[in-house]
Ligand binder design. Structure first.
Ligand SMILES: [Zn+2]
Length: 451
């Protein structure tokens, strides 16, 4: 597996991710995406939107404002739920209620005493969760404190300014528009509302590169169903599988992914039950998408309901939520794709996620005829695929440079091209080369992008 430092270095060197406001010493927990990073991130978001919105009859999308009436956060329970003092592990950043941790420690001590320090004590997974980081070493806790994660903002120019918050999750924008969507579309329960957008949390200990940040993007689906335990379970299992399959379909290594059920104590205030998709990151198994059964918590709190046209019955729908971190999945797609071959680094990104699909080279930069022909091919390709041009150095160096940023195909225009209109297409992963007629290039890449 790639080391985190290697991925961080590559990200900076090639323009995926830079430290936020770096020329002023940065700001803890904020990162900027460079020319390649923004492409990778956009490709992930559009693959998600394609799958979750365009590919389905039962989901519509929205884009709600980041700043909302503060009432939203009072009613949603966010301002009050963040008042319990918690301890946070300095290493894995998991948070626990202090009394819960103390209780587990006591039980653990008792067992150790009884077994006289025999080391192969069997602990339940829940015990382990409270006692150890994912690498098996004991947590190292901060002092207990109140983690009010909502970031305050003040609006207006005259005092007193109106206090509200940057949204702490994108979900609430969906709930407050529930009625609008029913009134303006033909959606009927069961149906879903999808949204991608930024959210903010005043994290005390940001860290692990772009994994734990104070500003981040989420891609979320709220799926509304009739209140029924069996239906909820079925829908929950359905979305669990859909979401896991999606990451695998875009090339994430199956063995680096797993589900983890939340224990009773670690669930968010709104969740009836919850399960995470975790990635085996260089810093341990780490959550990057959650599937939550939120029940009627949110719609109930906002006093919103649904009227069934057929039965005339009014009820508060339940919600199954899938909540994925865009920055976290971008990071894990990068880490998962990072591959060190003998003499080069290859980002084996799925072609659909790769920032550039095609790189075009004239074999020699000082032969006007080659350059002119290559420019023509490049001009054509870039209308269909995000493409890049390179005429520096020799072909071998250009290949390596493209491998390192994950470009799946390189097209070289050489002297043979001038005779027969064929070009060399070189594949990133196999390094195999093939002659393809210029008129067939677009179809050639199209076909490969679909698989
Ligand atoms: Zn820990």
């Amino acid at each position: 597996m790639a080391k985190l430092e290697e991925v961080v270095a590559l990200a900076k060197r090639r323009g995926f991710v830079y430290p936020g406001s770096e020329i002023y010493g940065g700001l803890k927990g904020f990162w900027d995406y460079g020319p390649l990073g923004v492409e990778l991130k956009n490709n992930i978001k559009s693959a998600w939107w394609n799958e979750m919105v365009y590919g389905r009859d039962d989901v519509v999308g929205i884009d709600a404002a980041i700043i909302m009436n503060p009432k939203v956060w009072e009613v949603s329970g966010h301002t009050e739920a963040f008042t319990d003092p918690l301890v946070e592990c300095k290493k894995c950043h998991k948070r626990f209620r202090e009394d819960h941790v103390e209780e587990r420690k006591k039980i653990h001590k008792k067992i150790r005493y009884k077994t006289k320090g025999v080391s192969n004590i069997t602990l339940t997974n829940e015990d382990k969760y409270y006692l150890f980081c994912s690498d098996g070493v004991s947590h190292e806790f901060t002092e207990p404190r109140v983690f009010n994660l909502l970031t305050e903002v003040f609006l207006g120019v005259t005092e007193p300014k109106q206090k509200t918050y940057l949204r702490g999750e994108v979900t609430q924008g969906v709930f407050v528009n529930f009625k609008n969507i029913l009134d303006s579309t033909s959606m009927k329960v069961p149906f879903g509302i999808a949204q991608i957008g930024k959210a903010f949390r005043n994290e005390i200990t940001p860290g692990n590169f772009t994994y734990r940040t104070r500003e981040f993007e989420q891609m979320e689906l709220e799926y509304f169903i009739k209140p029924d335990e069996q239906q909820a379970e079925k829908t929950f299992e359905y979305w669990k599988k859909e979401r896991m399959d999606w990451y695998i379909s875009l090339g994430m290594t199956k063995e680096n992914l797993r589900f983890r059920k939340h224990g009773k104590d670690e669930r968010a205030h709104y969740a009836k039950f919850a399960e995470d998709i975790e990635y085996k990151a260089p810093f341990g198994w780490s959550e990057f998408e959650g599937i939550h059964h939120r029940g009627d918590w949110d719609l109930g709190r906002h006093k919103l309901s649904y009227k069934d046209d057929e039965t005339g019955k009014e009820y508060t729908p339940w919600v199954i939520e899938t909540s994925g971190g865009v920055d976290r999945s971008t990071l894990f797609f990068l880490i998962d794709a990072y591959y060190k071959a003998k003499d080069r680094v290859v980002l084996r990104l799925h072609p659909r996620l790769a920032p550039y699909k095609v790189a075009v080279f004239p074999l020699l930069a000082n032969k006007p005829k080659l350059v002119e022909k290559a420019r023509k091919v490049f001009g054509k390709l870039r209308l269909s695929f995000h493409s890049t041009w390179d005429d520096r150095g020799n072909i071998g160096k250009r290949y390596y440079a493209q491998d390192e940023i994950g470009t799946p195909w390189c097209v070289t225009i050489d002297f043979k091209t001038l005779d027969d209109d064929t070009v060399t297409v070189r594949d990133r992963d196999t390094t195999k080369q093939e002659r393809v007629n210029i008129t067939k290039l677009i179809a050639y890449f199209d076909e490969r992008l679909k698989t």
